[in-house]
Design a protein around this ligand. Structure first.
Ligand code: NIG
Ligand code: FE
Length: 423
């Protein structure tokens, strides 16, 4: 049963309110719409008020028949639910052996060339039923939620044949229709994640273009299409042709690019009107300049840099050149095995030198824009879904300062109250 709630006397109410429909960029990325001593009213699944005490009085006189539970926000910080725009939520198996090999000096690319990496997860996924994949993923969803993620994107890409790519997307759609706490999960088709061992790259690209994309579009199994644009995977031209065809079928392009090598992925992103370029560990200044003024979001994944020991992303240069920035986990078994977006925010602070304000917008309103969900989530504003986090500290800056400890107490997901230590 849905209820109404008034969260009152909130020390820091971080609204992330946006004055346009576009992601925040440049200096705007520092504007978090902070209200000190704030109040939020939740009616059923929606936010119907966010403001200060004076505004609240007016609001309550117009609503005198409403019943509600009062929650104290004294010494607390309230923020919009986090949105993770890049995850590989669905997979089977695990790769701790590879992790250890990397600690001893092997690189991600060497392990992949020796038959590990994505290929090993593909085997595990092909050998798993839909039910098994749903079960494994549901458990991970709880981990996302524990650290404040209320909406996430999830990719296919460990099937690499028609049957198994569709199986992965069906699992993602099924999880979106039902999961214990009602998290929203947005599906992305990443057939072009790697080349399966049983065919040539040319044959596989034909399979993606002439079989997978038409079926997936017809069955509306995905909203986005993604390609891994990288040496030994898909070059810029191949990436372009796959994304263009996907776009023709109504799938919105986003891409993995500039993770290990810079091979023209940014030019491709511009050509196909991608909503986002993701990774960017080795992004060059000339490509940052090209992104200025385009409606493309830079999705930074510092967890991958940390886990693979590769360079961190040039966040400061991107922000200074007016490119909107989001942050995501890239949760996956090979290059970033964590669901914890707060950890990613800590890395963004210490390693990418992003400010607390820039980081908070990066995981809320900008992420909402990246998934075209800015009308329903990403900020605490009237009419939006009540996806809200209550942290046990008085200043939003404490989130980064007091690191590696989960201070999240309560989550509202579509107006439903979830006490984190009871999950
Ligand atoms: O985003 N870079 C390509 N794909 C994933 C890694 C996938 C894997 O290793 O299983 C990534 O880092
Ligand atoms: Fe990824």
């Amino acid at each position: 049963m849905r209820m109404n709630y008034l969260i009152k006397d909130i020390a820091n109410l971080v609204t992330c309110k946006n004055n346009s429909n576009n992601p925040k960029k440049g200096k705007e990325q520092s504007d978090i719409g902070l209200i000190k001593d704030g109040f939020v009213f939740i009616e059923n699944d929606r936010i119907i008020f966010a403001g200060n005490k004076t505004e609240l009085k007016y609001f309550l006189t117009s609503k005198n028949k409403l019943e509600y539970e009062v929650i104290s926000g004294k010494n607390k910080t309230v923020m919009p639910g986090f949105i993770d725009t890049h995850t590989h939520l669905v997979f089977a198996g695990s790769r701790p052996d590879e992790y250890e090999m990397r600690i001893k000096g092997s690189t991600y690319e060497e392990i992949a060339r020796a038959g590990g990496g994505i290929a090993s997860t593909v085997n595990a996924v092909r050998n798993s039923s839909k039910d098994e994949l749903v079960k494994l993923s549901e458990k991970r969803l709880l981990n996302f939620l524990k650290y404040g993620t209320t909406t996430l994107e999830a990719k296919s890409g460990y099937g690499l044949d028609v049957k198994n790519e569709i199986k992965m997307l069906e699992v993602i759609n099924k999880l979106n229709e039902f999961n214990r706490y009602g998290l929203n999960i947005i599906p992305t088709f990443l057939g072009a994640h790697s080349i399966p061992k049983e065919m040539s790259k040319k044959e596989y690209i034909d399979l993606i273009c002439f079989e997978m994309i038409p079926i997936i579009a017809k069955r509306k199994l995905a909203k986005f299409i993604d390609v891994f644009c990288e040496v030994n995977y898909f070059d810029a031209k191949e990436t372009e042709s796959i994304l263009k065809l996907g776009a023709k079928f109504g799938l919105i392009p986003r891409l993995h690019t500039d993770q290990f090598n810079s091979i023209g992925g940014v030019d491709t992103a511009i050509k196909v009107n991608a909503i986002s370029v993701d990774h960017l560990e080795v992004l060059k200044m000339k490509d940052i300049k090209k992104l200025t003024g385009k409606n493309i979001i830079a999705t930074l994944l510092p967890g991958t840099s940390y886990f693979l020991n590769i360079p961190y992303q040039p966040a400061r240069e991107l922000i200074e050149n007016n490119v909107p920035v989001t942050l995501a986990t890239d949760f996956n078994p090979g290059s970033c095995m964590t669901e914890n977006l707060q950890m990613i925010m800590s890395l963004a602070s210490l390693k990418l030198k992003m400010s607390a304000e820039e980081i908070i917008n990066a995981v809320t309103i900008n992420s909402a824009c990246s998934l075209f969900l800015q009308n329903s989530v990403g900020s605490i504003e009237n009419g939006k879904l009540a996806d809200i986090l209550i942290f046990d500290f008085p200043s939003y800056k404490d989130l980064l300062y007091h690191f590696a400890v989960n201070q999240l107490e309560t989550v509202f997901k579509k107006g439903r109250k979830i006490i984190i230590n009871q999950i």
